[in-house]
Design a binder for this molecule. Structure first.
Ligand code: SF4
Length: 331
């Protein structure tokens, strides 16, 4: 029986079909000495099925904190010991953030709100914000506003939202351990509606929540079933005041193994580094991921912690000879 990386070479690299859950699990269990080989193969898969371009995205929080949900990893929840007050961004600041994002060469600008799902106040802000950005900035607009109703899906399509982010966060079997105020299936339903609406689906999660390696493989295969356009991969950055505050960050080698495994499960998706990469991987690991299957980055501010300044991220892409994806190529 051929080795899992031999199978991946013919099935994923040559054929463009992602690995099964069982094979993803084998990749996640590879010994350290096989890790460079797995990353190299994941990089080849990314170059073959996605190309050398890297998608750069900016992200801004329209409403921060005060969320009624209890996602145990999230510092924006209002239900833990030190609840975070909700803060709203005004429209001029939103437009300024979009301008700064476009100036970095980014093609996507994602408007995010810490909510279970949008209420009328939030939808009104989103409407006004999108109109104001469109009047002044040439950039694709994405949104991440939680669980949607069918009417809200329709309205976002009418507003021209290009991509909708809603993370499944973790494997279906592990989700109830980290969120009790809504279900994984509710998130899945929103994703199905978004997919049917024609908006691009952006769906990822957080690794290092305490899930087993088998649950990490389960999550990769659930994402593969969804076939999202983009998968943001976060690594837990334990935040003070949350139930996961004392959890250790994921081992850097396990994080790199996961990057390779997720790329081999999802050969054609945009696999994006999102939050927590600095604390988990450091500078060398960031480079390792970009040479191991990652093909998108977020510049500037993350939602709750400061990421690397845009200039540093862009300089690294330049050094690695990975061109930034142009806006015209995405329209
Ligand atoms: S992850 Fe989203 S839904 Fe969950 S607490 Fe944070 S902001 Fe709220």
């Amino acid at each position: 029986m051929p080795d899992v990386l031999d199978r991946a070479r013919s099935q994923v690299l040559e054929g463009g079909t992602g690995l099964s859950e069982a094979d993803v699990l084998e990749v996640l269990r590879l010994p350290d000495e096989r890790l460079p080989e797995a990353l190299q193969l994941a990089h080849e898969v990314r170059m073959r099925w996605c190309g050398p371009e890297v998608e750069v995205e900016g992200i801004v929080s329209l409403k921060t904190g005060g969320c009624p949900e209890d996602c145990h990893f999230c510092s924006q929840s209002g239900v833990f010991a030190s609840p975070v007050r909700s803060v709203w961004l005004d429209i001029p600041s939103l437009v300024e953030a979009a301008k700064q994002t476009a100036a970095t060469g980014a093609t996507e600008f994602c408007i995010v709100a810490a909510v279970r799902g949008p209420d009328e106040r939030l939808m009104a802000q989103v409407r006004a914000g999108i109109a104001a950005i469109r009047a002044e900035v040439d950039i694709n607009i994405a949104a991440s506003l939680g669980i949607l109703t069918p009417e809200q899906v329709d309205e976002l399509v009418q507003l021209g939202v290009h991509r909708y982010n809603h993370n499944l966060e973790t494997a279906r079997s592990y989700f109830p351990q980290v969120v009790t105020t809504h279900t994984w299936d509710e998130r899945w339903e929103t994703l199905q509606m978004v997919r049917e609406s024609g908006m691009e689906v952006c769906c990822g999660g957080i690794l290092g929540l305490g899930e087993t390696v088998a649950q990490r493989a389960e999550f990769a295969s659930q994402l593969a079933e969804l076939q999202p356009h983009e998968v943001p991969l976060n690594f837990l950055n334990p935040r003070p005041g949350t139930p996961l505050a004392d959890r250790d960050v994921l081992d850097a080698k396990d994080a790199l193994r996961a990057i390779a495994a997720f790329r081999l499960a999802l050969p054609r998706t945009i696999l994006r580094y999102a939050g927590g990469r600095e604390i988990t991987l450091g500078d060398l690991g960031t480079r390792g991921g970009l040479l191991g299957g990652i093909n998108a980055v977020i510049v500037g501010n993350y939602l709750t912690t400061l990421g690397r300044p845009a200039a540093a991220a862009l300089a690294l892409l330049d050094e690695l000879k990975m061109p930034v994806k142009a806006l015209s190529a995405t329209l």
